[in-house]
Design a protein around this ligand. Structure first.
Ligand SMILES: Cc1cc2nc3c(=O)[nH]c(=O)nc-3n(C[C@H](O)[C@H](O)[C@H](O)COP(=O)(O)OP(=O)(O)OC[C@H]3O[C@@H](n4cnc5c(N)ncnc54)[C@H](O)[C@@H]3O)c2cc1C
Length: 460
């Protein structure tokens, strides 16, 4: 049997994880990436001793399968685990950062909730459970189960810092699948989470990896994956994909090549720009109607003595009720060594999203001034930053709003009708680095099954 050849469109994490998994399944992947470098929104700039991640700055504990791929690709050599300070997150309360509680007992001792708010939280287990999967928003779910203070103080800033979305629009079962699942199964989000946490700790085989990144910045991850995979072409935009009698024809910068199958691993906006002639392709309009949020990443560098706050944390969350201009701040130099020159700190602030989209019309100097003023008030950052870097990410964060399930079902229907394609990416599998990589690997498995391929012992 000849080795199937699969085109992977998109050299972001979804596409590279799909290609890596295909190698281990006895299928030969060919990755086509439109840009001059791999990584998609995973970008690192290095200058004058600063290591600036303009997209993701850190990833959460990876799934076992993702971790195995990182090891096979030799990434264990360059991954760095977050320093202990990174386990702490802060949240703005009445204009000042306070530690974000990690457990319900920390929550009961935290100033974040009033006495009434804590009592309301304790009532959660007695709230009648919804057992059906619906498009209930995060805001409605949080208010119904945990009370208004939890909705405003916890759920809202968590959504802002992960998807930059509006909690009144984002569907709870996609944003917090396990919490909603616990309500359906155990009748209580809190009790279900506590039981699941204990079970996970019993199942765990080794010490957790925790939050992580790469020594040279997050873009080392896609670059290392691409080097391991081999057949990755950058500067190669796919313009058209069409079914043929023997497989799929892929047009790359005007030249057509034949493959046995295709993984689409682009954002939905890019998907809409590819001419696709496949069974059920008219349903792609449903997929490409998925809304996207835009966000600015504003990285400012300061001398350590300019900032009063201890910076003993990885992130600062900002609830909308605080009426500030920013969504959240990440502290890369507190989480990982080597992100800033000696005696300096790096603070990356996110602005815009669904909460304040109008701020993205501002110029770079205006955005820097706005963030500088916010950091002065919140963290005691005095004077002008010694380094600044702004990246605007247009339509970079897919929003799982009402109708999301129908959009995913349309993608499933196209996959099923064609039989030779699979979709992967943040819009389909979840936003985080780990979810996107796992989704790419699952897409590879769906396609490999079509060719009767099973995992091979991989030393690719
Ligand atoms: C600002 C920001 C901060 C984030 N922070 C975090 C974080 O701290 N932690 C975390 O876990 N997650 C974070 N995320 C989320 C996570 O980084 C993304 O969800 C994930 O990297 C998306 O990967 P992807 O492969 O689905 O898409 P992309 O990264 O968008 O990759 C798609 C690729 O397809 C290519 N492409 C498009 N069209 C074509 C074409 N026609 N032909 C060939 N190639 C094409 C693009 O050039 C791109 O390289 C963040 C996201 C953003 C935007």
């Amino acid at each position: 049997m000849t080795t199937p050849r699969v085109a992977v469109i998109g050299g972001g994490l979804a596409g590279l994880a799909a290609a890596g998994a295909l190698c281990g399944l006895g299928v030969t992947p060919f990755v086509f990436e439109r840009d001059d470098d791999v990584g998609g929104v995973v970008r690192t700039r290095q200058r004058d001793g600063w290591v600036i991640d303009t997209g993701p700055c850190l990833a959460a504990e990876p799934d076992v399968a993702v971790r195995a791929m990182l090891d096979r690709a030799g990434l264990d050599q360059c991954t760095v685990r977050a320093m202990p300070a990174a386990a702490t997150r802060y949240i703005v309360l009445d204009g000042a950062p306070v530690p974000l509680p990690r457990t319900t007992s920390e929550l009961s001792a935290s100033p974040l909730l009033s006495l009434a708010g804590r009592l309301r939280l304790l009532k959660e287990r007695f709230i009648p459970a919804e057992r059906e999967a619906t498009d209930e928003s995060v805001d409605s779910f949080a208010r119904r189960r945990f009370g208004d203070e939890m909705a405003d103080r916890m759920f809202d800033p968590l959504i802002a810092s992960t998807s930059a979305g509006d909690p009144r629009q984002i569907v709870a079962r996609y944003a917090f699948p396990s919490l909603v699942g616990h309500e359906h199964r155990a009748g209580s989000g809190l009790q279900g989470s506590a039981r699941a946490g204990m079970a996970a700790r019993r199942r765990a085989k080794g010490p957790p990896m925790g939050s992580w990144s790469c020594a040279a910045g997050m873009q080392q991850l896609p670059r290392r994956l691409a080097g391991w995979i081999g057949r990755v072409r950058t500067g190669a935009r796919v313009d058209a994909v069409a079914a043929t009698s023997t497989g799929v024809a892929v047009s790359v910068s005007g030249d057509s090549e034949s493959f046995d199958a295709v993984v689409f691993a682009t954002p939905t906006s890019a998907l809409g720009r590819i001419h696709i002639d496949l069974p059920e392709a008219h349903r792609l309009r449903e997929v490409t109607s998925m809304p996207q949020a835009s966000i600015a990443s504003v990285s400012l560098g300061y001398r350590r003595d300019q900032v009063a706050h201890p910076l003993d944390c990885s992130r600062l969350l900002v609830p909308a009720v605080e009426r500030r201009a920013i969504l959240s701040v990440v502290f890369p130099s507190s989480a990982f060594p080597g992100r800033a020159p000696h005696d300096h700190v790096l603070l990356t602030t996110f602005v815009g999203g669904a909460r304040r989209p109008e701020l993205l019309d501002r110029s770079e100097p205006e955005l820097i001034a706005l963030v500088q003023a916010e950091l002065a008030e919140l963290l005691g950052a005095e004077g002008a930053p010694v380094m600044s870097d702004v990246t605007i990410w247009k339509d970079a964060l897919p929003q799982a709003v009402a109708g999301h399930g129908d959009r995913l079902a349309a993608a499933d229907a196209i996959e099923a009708a064609c039989g030779r394609i699979a979709f992967a990416g943040a819009w389909r599998d979840g936003l985080s680095v780990g979810e996107v990589m796992l989704g790419g690997m699952r897409a590879a498995e769906r396609l490999a099954q079509r060719f009767g391929r099973r995992p091979v012992s991989s030393s690719t």
